[in-house]
Write a protein that binds this ligand. Structure first.
Ligand code: SF4
Length: 282
């Protein structure tokens, strides 16, 4: 069975959410595109074409080109014309007919790209950008994922980059990331095996915050992470009930109305204690 790093994180958060998200029909009905998702996808798509030397030659790597790609990705036009139907539906889900809100989110995306263009290495030529990679970890487990960017350093070592358009996690450090985060480690394992190379660094790049957070994975760490990933995949393969585990992300879970424990966390943490229309205390 094939597993993706983001899905593994979802399972760690809540097995029931993982179960729902693997069901195509449930996903289509409940997991609607949010403004933040639309923005994130358009930024990723724009950066993919921007760093693809066959689509954007080095001489054309300007901020205007990057903005143009972002607008095309958002609307499903130009180089992204094949996505017209998908993007039209996503815009409808995210904004309905609220053009003012769509404008504000679009401008937020342009600001993110402006900051990236001012501070990032826009002349880089990645080994791959936004490409899907997969490797078999064992006869029953394949690890796959779309990796935002893989760069090759002059000494041949590799750098794995994952773009984030949201906020950096509160109090996260390089050490806690190496210890607890599964997504970056899974990408590092995947790249090490697929390219038979050494990963010098794996990093999250928080585009709106000019912040890079990552670490240098040692061979020992990657060996431990690979075993953790395999063990987690086998737990999933053996899971028959996918029990819901209420957690502090339940209020934002797409499947909250479907889940038998969808409002348990909020009830137990006093959310909703304020009556609608109640005066604010200041
Ligand atoms: S609402 Fe909470 S408990 Fe239910 S599926 Fe979502 S994350 Fe899990």
């Amino acid at each position: 069975m094939k597993f993706f790093p983001t899905q593994l994180q979802t399972y760690q958060q809540c097995p029931r959410k993982f179960f729902y998200s693997r069901d195509k029909e449930i996903r289509a009905k409940y997991a609607k595109t949010s403004p933040a998702m639309l923005l994130g996808n358009a930024v990723h798509d724009a950066l993919q074409m921007f760093f693809d030397i066959s689509k954007t030659p080095m001489a054309d790597r300007t901020y205007e080109r990057l903005c143009g790609l972002f607008r095309e990705a958002w609307a499903g036009r130009g180089i992204f014309a094949r996505n017209l139907y998908k993007q039209t539906e996503a815009r409808e889900q995210a904004f309905a007919k609220d053009r003012a809100s769509e404008k504000a989110w679009g401008e937020k995306g342009l600001n993110i790209l402006f900051r990236f263009f001012q501070t990032g290495d826009v002349k880089a030529v990645p080994l791959t950008a936004e490409q899907f990679h997969e490797v078999m970890l064992s006869s029953d487990v394949t690890l796959g994922g779309k990796i935002d960017r893989i760069d090759r350093l002059p000494d041949g070592r590799l750098v794995v980059l994952d773009y984030k358009t949201g906020k950096p996690p509160y109090k996260q450090t390089a050490e806690s990331l190496a210890k607890d985060d599964l997504q970056l480690a899974a990408y590092a394992v995947l790249v090490t095996k697929k390219f038979r190379g050494k990963v010098a660094r794996c990093e999250y790049l928080f585009l709106d915050h000019e912040l890079t957070l990552g670490y240098e994975p040692t061979d020992d760490l990657l060996a431990v992470k690979e075993q953790e990933i395999l063990a987690l995949c086998r737990t999933i393969l053996g899971d028959e009930t996918f029990e819901p585990t209420p957690n502090n992300l339940c209020p934002w879970c797409e499947y909250k109305t479907l889940c038998p424990k969808g409002d348990e966390w909020e009830k137990s943490h006093g959310q909703g204690a304020v009556a609608a229309g109640e005066e604010i205390p200041f």
